[in-house]
Design a protein around this ligand. Sequence first.
Ligand code: ATP
Ligand code: MG
Length: 393
Amino acid sequence: MYKAFLIKYAEIAIKGKNRHLFEDALVHQIKIALKSVEGEFQISKEQGRIYIEALSDYDYEETVEQLRHVFGIVGICPVVLVEDEGFEKLCEDVISYLDARYPDKNKTFKVNARRARKDYPMESMEINAELGGRILDAFPQMKVDVHHPDIMVNIEIRSRINIYSEIIPGPGGMPVGTNGKAMLLLSGGIDSPVAGYMIAKRGVKIDATYFHAPPYTSERAKQKVVDLAKIVARYTGPIYLKVVNFTDIQLYIYEKCPHEELTIIMRRYMMRIAEHFAKETGSLGLITGESIGQVASQTMQSLAATNEVCTLPVYRPLIGFDKQEIISVSEKIGTYETSILPYEDCCTIFVAKHPVTKPNLNIIRRSEEKLKEKIDQLVQEAIDSVETIVVEA
Ligand code: ATP
Ligand code: MG
């Protein structure tokens, strides 16, 4: 029954003279999201509103589902757009809308009219009262409830009149592409996909780096990371995923360094390599799924040691989250089921029984000295042999 959607966005409406940039980015993201939907759409901007109008038959469910993944959208309102042909005609249109949309008339309602166009001959309050009366006449089972109505009948008088009563929540945030780009260190775990989602939600485009260690980590572990990137890409658009072969570096660290320091030293090399790719491809920061105290490599001392090798800012959006809070987000965004599949990622293979929890930076640096003979060459080889996968939803 709907041929159009009114898209509501909050945060981006307050961006002053940059507003049109944000709106354009949102329109762009909506276009990308609707590409895969059967049907032809026209998207237009009008006074702080974005309209999506179907020019052909289209799949309603699929359209809504796609829009629910576009950052920047706060509400998706299926809307009936009518020309202003006088108040009588408006009443007829509203009544036939309600009749079609709500077969069960045993409902309470409230009319909420707004005039964006002040030359309309009636004031909002007048419209509310008069239209409310007409609805009661047409559907005697319906009742008015101004506090908690089942149906909020929104009437917006603009160049066309907007009639809508449903607001489907969008993901909020800002349109991807309005805040630069960052490099996500993506593993097969629960945390890093959530971290990527959270930074992308602030309008940041995401690239990703995954470190694997064949044959210690399987092809399926790698596929799992690709699958996770695919789910995140529903929100972020295509993700350029760098797959780095980390085996030789890991084995070399294993051979030369104290085993209780393995994880920290490995993490430092991961950061160095991810930062290399970040700089090469224009990312302005790194993103990890770390959270204070979650594991030995995420104590304050460990985080400081890992952070020390980076010159770009490292964004850790989950830093203050408990595991359960992270899991809730991962369930909401749809990555959880994939994250808990059992394939090992490279960190879990080389973990020491008793990793240091309070690494001393001087000691770690001294251990890394033991790598100096071959490590630069191994890092260079890992960089040169990187595989880049473009992951699309
Ligand atoms: P996750 O669930 O995201 O794997 P985790 O709790 O297992 O996190 P760690 O293994 O200590 O934590 O990893 C901390 C962060 O380091 C991860 O959130 C991720 O950003 C990054 N990371 C860990 N392993 C890898 C990997 N193999 N490839 C890329 N990034 C990784
Ligand atoms: Mg992990």
